[in-house]
Design a protein around this ligand. Structure first.
Ligand SMILES: *Cc1c(COP(=O)(O)O)cnc(C)c1O
Length: 466
């Protein structure tokens, strides 16, 4: 022992993390540990615990943003303490949220004649809950004025069967019947020949999807709007459209502004989008906007105090950090329209490159070539000599760090197994070229492999479809 008693106190500063006592123990799993540890140790141990997780940049399954600039993360880290709901303590933050709503309303062509309203949320799921609740309450007001027996049947919501799971949650939590319009091989998005067959006087609304989670395709909102327009002319029981633009909301306006899907269409009354998808913010931010406040019944709005007065809010959550809202505003300020356009166009080109390469491989055919959102989806061609499945390919790619999900399409089309790649801003052309090389090697290995899992086994829950 070289240290005297007096300088033993100091010795812990010299102690290497991986030589310390605290490091030599397992992390607490079931109860609080008796004693504290140094912050640097706690940091290192938890960081290590997370080390064997997939690399987010190689995760081609997620729609969520996996990269932000250092200046953005600095700003967000410095504002983690701000509570988004506390409007009177943080009036500048509140103002920033309102500016974001204005900017998004402009992007989605809210009309000057109407009074749009909107709010940030934790993500599109919360946004869809709020939009769904507004549809339900607004329908109830309209229908009861018309004398409909509201107890006779459950209200229903019409959507294609390729909905994201948040709509099933909405229907379950708020006791609404989810009426799903099936997909078939000729209709991989909302079937417009059938959708109105599902609508009746108990329909609270129709949801169109701009960016179907399964394939990345768009519902044709413009034609849906025309159908709804005709339908509403014939009945006092009006229906309106909500657009779930979780991915498309921050993509389409920059890349395909000619597509009509937003508030330009008269019957689109509300839209949601995930700021953490193509809005390019880290997970934890969504938005929902209504074209006019008449579509949000008053009893869904709660007032919180704000600068000595009160301010209307709509949210399921109460407290949460405002740093995500600030991150969204950073992107708006920093990138501007051109920045978003350039980033998304580059991502689009990466998707086109992958589509071309994968189409040229003899094993696959494209289910969605990623012409709109940079999301491509493909399946295996029939070949009785092939001994591997898409699930095997996912496994093989995983060995090189790539996460590429394989899953069946929704009901009625669930015999179709697909693989999907979501291209994001941080998946550059260099990554894509490397990915294609790895994919070719993986296929080669599978073709020459003798160790194949049982192909007949069902893998319903394999992979990710978020
Ligand atoms: C991702 C997604 C959601 C859910 O969004 P979160 O922001 O993850 O809550 C809802 N609908 C669609 C179409 C999506 O792609």
């Amino acid at each position: 022992m070289l240290f005297s008693r007096d300088n033993q106190e100091d010795s812990k500063y010299l102690e290497p993390i991986f030589g310390s006592d605290s490091e030599a123990r397992d992390l607490p799993k079931y109860k609080l540990p008796e004693n504290s540890v140094d912050p640097s140790l706690a940091y290192q141990m938890i960081k290590d615990e997370l080390e064997d997780e997939g690399n987010a940049r190689q995760n081609l399954a997620t729609f969520c943003q996996t990269y932000m600039e250092p200046e953005a993360t600095k700003l967000m880290a410095e504002t983690l303490d701000k509570n988004a709901i506390d409007k009177s303590e943080y009036p500048r933050t509140t103002e920033i949220e309102n500016r974001c709503v204005n900017i998004i309303a402009h992007l989605w062509h809210a009309s000057k004649e109407e009074q749009f309203i909107g709010t940030s949320t934790v993500g599109s799921s919360e946004a869809c809950m709020l939009a769904g609740l507004s549809m339900k309450f607004a329908w109830r007001e309209r229908a009861s004025k018309l004398g409909l027996d509201l107890q006779k049947r459950k209200p229903n919501l019409v959507i294609s069967s390729s909905y994201q799971v948040c709509w099933e949650k909405f229907a379950t939590y708020w006791d609404v019947e989810l009426r799903t319009v099936s997909l078939d091989k000729d209709h991989l998005s909302l079937n417009l020949n059938k959708v109105l067959d599902y609508v009746d006087e108990y329909t609270i609304g129709i949801v169109g999807i701009m960016g179907i989670t399964y394939t990345g395709q768009y519902d044709n909102i413009e034609r849906l709007n025309d159908l709804v327009e005709k339908y509403n002319k014939k009945t006092p029981y009006k229906v309106y459209i909500h657009v779930d633009a979780a991915s498309g909301g921050f993509y389409t306006p920059f890349i395909e502004p000619e597509i009509k899907w937003d508030f330009k269409l008269k019957n689109v009354v509300s839209i949601n989008a995930s700021g953490h998808k193509y809005g390019l913010v880290y997970p934890g931010i969504g938005w929902v906007l209504w074209r006019d406040k008449q579509y949000v019944p008053d009893n869904l709005i709660f007032n919180v105090s704000y600068l000595g007065g009160s301010m209307p809010t709509m949210a399921i959550n109460f407290s949460r950090s405002a740093s995500q809202i600030i991150g969204q505003y950073y992107n708006f300020v920093r990138l501007g329209f051109k920045g978003y356009h350039d980033i998304h166009l580059r991502t689009h080109k990466v998707a086109q490159y992958l589509t071309e390469e994968i189409s040229n491989m003899k094993d696959f055919y494209m289910v969605n070539p990623g012409n709109h959102l940079p999301i491509l989806c493909y399946s295996l061609k029939q070949d009785k000599d092939r001994i591997w499945s898409l699930y095997d390919l996912s496994d093989r790619l995983r060995m090189r760090g790539w996460q590429v999900p394989t899953y069946p399409m929704p009901n009625d089309l669930d015999h179709l197994i697909v693989q999907r790649i979501v291209c994001r801003a941080d998946f550059g052309m260099n990554n894509a070229i490397e990915f294609i090389e790895d994919m070719k090697i993986a296929i080669d290995e599978l073709n020459n492999s003798k160790l194949i899992s049982n192909r007949k086994e069902k893998h319903d829950n394999y992979g990710f479809i978020h």
